[in-house]
Design a binder for this molecule. Structure first.
Ligand SMILES: Nc1ncnc2c1ncn2[C@@H]1O[C@H](COP(=O)(O)OP(=O)(O)OP(=O)(O)O)[C@@H](O)[C@H]1O
Ligand SMILES: [Mg+2]
Ligand SMILES: [Mg+2]
Length: 291
């Protein structure tokens, strides 16, 4: 098969692994930088142009679209959908997953456990916002943050008020969330492919850090999910419409709480922690559907 990986950087671990595993399985693997594609749209003839050439006879697409290029990247994925090419991540699901607030609303409708969250339109009444999540300590998150940047823990009511007032003053959109203390600076990442958890890890923040992101110095180890955690992860990926998903959860006294569902989850952390060939699972998923 001729498979396209949409990736702005061919040197990323995830991109390299997908190329390596796809080639090993006898496929022609092409890395296409979606930010450098041109889309030609006319009656019944959608075309993607890359480096001056039309991309033809593509059997499947694996999108690896970074958060900073969601808009254009999604348009490229959608164009492939118009060309009736199978994509491992649907354009609609990609857009959905990039909106933290919309994602939480969708997860909540599916009755999945979530940290209680408040979103207001720069409310001046920060005190009542704080009350709604049960007071401090609480977590404040910039809506467009990634890799743990823009996630702040406010220990007490005074700091929560001043941080909220500062963000509101800057017209920065934030959500306010109850702090899940029992998680003890750790979270779970379940890697879901086509309705199956193909790997799971527990990430622990470094000493004194409540954020478990590997980019913030956290460490990861393989973990066996409970049935409850596994079911929550599968349901979260399903309601988000994602064939490939990284579902992040906190372990709390009231069961697993979904933090977010990533649509371009990295392969490096999960393959290192679990020793599993996750790239192969993604290639097999595309094989099953591209035929
Ligand atoms: N409500 C919460 N209670 C306790 N810990 C939290 C809470 N929210 C987030 N954390 C911790 O902070 C980390 C970062 O938060 P989150 O995943 O929401 O943002 P992000 O990492 O910036 O987003 P992304 O994963 O898209 O880069 C989480 O992995 C978790 O360890
Ligand atoms: Mg995260
Ligand atoms: Mg995310």
């Amino acid at each position: 098969m001729k498979l396209v990986i949409l990736s702005a950087n061919p040197n990323l671990y995830s991109t390299k692994r997908l190329v390596e595993v796809g080639e090993k399985k006898g496929h022609e693997m092409m890395v296409v930088d979606h930010t450098k594609c041109d889309l030609v749209i006319e009656k019944k003839k959608p075309i993607v142009i890359y480096k001056g050439k039309e991309l033809t006879d593509i059997d499947g697409v694996i999108p690896r679209i970074g958060a900073s290029v969601t808009f254009f990247g999604t348009a490229v994925v959608r164009q492939f959908e118009m060309m009736k090419v199978f994509t491992a991540t649907e354009s609609q699901a990609l857009v959905r997953s990039r909106d933290k607030l919309r994602s939480l609303q969708i997860l909540s409708r599916a009755s999945l456990g979530l940290p209680k969250t408040v979103f207001s339109n720069y409310s001046k009444d920060v005190s009542s916002v704080i009350d709604k999540v049960g007071g401090a300590p609480l977590v404040i998150k910039l809506l467009e943050g990634t890799q743990g940047l823009g996630v702040v823990l406010a220990d007490n009511r005074n700091s929560a008020e001043s941080i909220l007032e500062a963000f509101n003053g800057l017209q920065a959109r934030v959500i306010v969330q109850e702090f899940i203390k029992e998680a003890k600076g750790a979270d779970l990442r379940a890697f879901v492919v086509d309705g199956v958890v193909v790997g799971a890890m527990k990430r622990q923040g470094k000493e004194g850090e409540f954020r478990s992101n590997l980019h913030r110095g956290g460490s990861a180890e393989i973990i066996e999910l409970t049935d409850e955690e596994e079911n929550a992860a599968l349901k979260a990926a399903r309601v988000m419409g994602l064939g490939v998903a990284g579902v992040d959860m906190l372990q709390s006294a009231r069961g697993p709480l979904i933090l977010e569902v990533n649509s371009s989850p990295g392969l490096e952390g999960i393959e290192r922690a679990t020793g599993k060939n996750i790239a192969l699972q993604i290639i097999k998923y595309v094989e099953r559907n591209a035929e």
